[in-house]
Ligand binder design. Structure first.
Ligand code: NDP
Length: 484
């Protein structure tokens, strides 16, 4: 038998026993002085951090971004320079389900990337769809509440989901994606990723562009039908985590071709769609995709809790050469992501190995719970003691002018802005006959849940009729609702 190392307390003291608590005689009461057992029980009680309110269930892997094309005319960001290789961590997730929820439920999937660049962490926190359900962050918590559980029964409720969606017509594009078979991807390897928001890029000369990111799966798109996804739920709730881990362990490293769409800065003002509206894409005929490189995942995490559960992504991590856009959802997320990490993991979450930048950290922030390393003196800026000093030149180019009345309002309409025109294009021009059939049957299945009322079914039909009359009619037939 090989010699085993001895167990210790968390302070490294040899443990007295793996089996027996300290008691007064073999049958007697236990003693408070058994520090080892008390430490075990107390630590166990504290094993969970709060699960993420959204994107709770997920998995992830490490990898690399390789840039193959020259886009220095658009951005000076070091990670996007030709020939550059940047380490990264990518976390996939589903949105609405809790930590133990089945991976193959119908849901958008998160596609969150942390690039460990030499200019600090760049986080791109996207999804497997290029769009989202809403366009103003003031509706986000309401939207998520409608997708999660009722207050009275603690059950998810399709009536509540359709109530929110049908009262929020801007959701139609994303709900169309969700109800196609792309709402039940076969694996995380077989779906695209999208940065979804519009971001600002600026080059070394200070010229500005708007950009959208597309990560196109090199494995090819593969989806489950609704019935197949349901069957997998019954067999393996962790199907997607298992698939990714197994593929990488077997040396079958998944990759995505990295494409961008670039819009000249000045073109945004009178583009036919509001280019910052998260419920819209930029049609390819206007802004074709340009390939800039490849993203490959090649290493599994070794400790799920430490590296996946505590991975903390924040769209506010923008490196020189990349900035925020006026997308209102992005603006909301710039605040809400770091805020949730401070609550969920603690103020010093950026010092954990998975979150720690590979670039040196020289801020004047200090102290707080679980701080691992602290800056020395001086502890303030400005100072005459030779401490670090900001160099605004890094961000030269990111500024632009905005002016207007302070107001609560919808986005100003651009010429072709309409909530249904893009999902209609998807139905009319992109989906195959089979895709359309499945879209109708997936909607009908979802809206046939027993809790969905007769009145709600009529609203569901109206919603889909606004996308396309054939789609509305198909849904009406399936739900047994009189059509028009
Ligand atoms: P295009 O015909 O140029 O592009 C259609 C896009 O749809 C391609 O990116 C295609 O990429 C993707 N697609 C194909 N099948 C499906 C499907 N079943 N579900 C979702 N997406 C699919 O047209 P436009 O750029 O003019 O866009 C038309 C519509 O296509 C949009 O209104 C939008 O709904 C959808 N779309 C557009 C995207 C964009 O960025 N312009 C991105 C994704 C979808 P692939 O086959 O590789 O997935």
């Amino acid at each position: 038998m090989t010699e085993r190392p001895f167990t210790t307390t968390d302070a490294g003291i040899p443990a007295p026993s793996d089996e027996f608590s300290l008691s007064v005689g073999p049958n007697g009461p236990l003693l408070l002085q058994d520090h080892y057992v008390i430490q075990k029980m107390a630590q166990f009680n504290r094993e969970r951090v709060p699960e993420r309110v959204v994107h709770a269930k997920g998995g992830g892997a490490y990898g690399v971004l390789r840039i193959t094309e020259d886009v220095s005319q658009y951005t000076k960001a070091s990670l996007f320079q030709k020939g550059k290789e940047t380490d990264l961590f990518l976390r996939f997730s589903s949105v609405a389900g809790e930590l133990g929820s089945p991976d193959t439920q119908r849901d958008p999937r998160g596609f969150a990337i942390k690039f460990y660049t030499e200019e600090g962490n760049y986080d791109l926190v996207g999804n497997n769809t290029p769009i989202f359900f809403i366009r103003d962050p003031s509706k986000f918590s309401d939207f998520i509440h409608s997708q999660k559980r009722r207050a009275d029964t603690n059950l998810r409720d399709h009536n509540m989901q359709w109530d929110f969606w049908t009262l929020s017509p801007e959701s139609a594009h994303q709900v169309t994606f969700l109800m196609t078979d792309r709402g039940t991807p076969k694996s995380w390897r077989h779906m695209h990723g999208f940065g979804s928001h519009t971001f600002l890029w600026y080059n070394a000369a200070g010229e500005k562009f708007w950009v959208k990111y597309h990560f196109k799966t090199d494995q090819g798109i593969e989806n489950f039908t609704d019935a197949e996804a349901g069957a997998v739920i019954a067999q393996d709730a962790d199907h997607h985590i298992r698939d990714l881990h197994t593929a990488i362990r077997n040396g079958d490293h998944p990759s995505w071709t990295v494409n961008v769409q670039i819009m000249p800065f000045a073109a945004a003002a009178d583009y036919r769609f509001n280019p910052f509206d998260l419920t819209k894409v930029w049609p390819h005929a206007d802004y074709p995709e340009i390939t800039i490189g490849r993203l490959t995942l090649d290493r599994n995490p070794e400790n799920y809790f430490a590296e996946v559960e505590q991975a903390a992504f924040e769209p506010a991590n923008l490196v020189p050469g990349i900035g925020a856009s006026p997308d209102k959802m992005l603006q909301g997320r710039l605040f809400s992501y770091p805020d949730t990490h401070r609550y969920r993991i603690g103020a010093n979450y950026l010092q954990l190995p998975v979150n720690r930048p590979k670039a040196p950290v020289r801020s004047y922030n200090k102290d707080g719970a679980m701080r691992y390393s602290n800056p020395g003196d001086p502890v303030y800026a400005p100072n005459t003691a030779g401490g670090p000093a900001a160099d605004p030149a890094f961000f030269a180019g990111e500024s632009y002018q905005v002016a207007g009345e302070i107001i609560r309002s919808a986005y100003q309409r651009h010429a072709e802005d309409d909530d249904f025109v893009q999902p209609r294009a998807l139905w009319e021009n992109v989906l195959s006959d089979t895709d359309r059939e499945h879209l109708v049957s997936n909607i009908v299945g979802h809206a046939s849940a027993p809790e969905v009322t007769a009145d709600m079914k009529k609203r569901v039909v109206e919603y889909w009729t606004n996308v396309h009359k054939d789609l509305g009619q198909g849904v009406a037939n399936g739900l047994g609702v009189a059509w028009r």
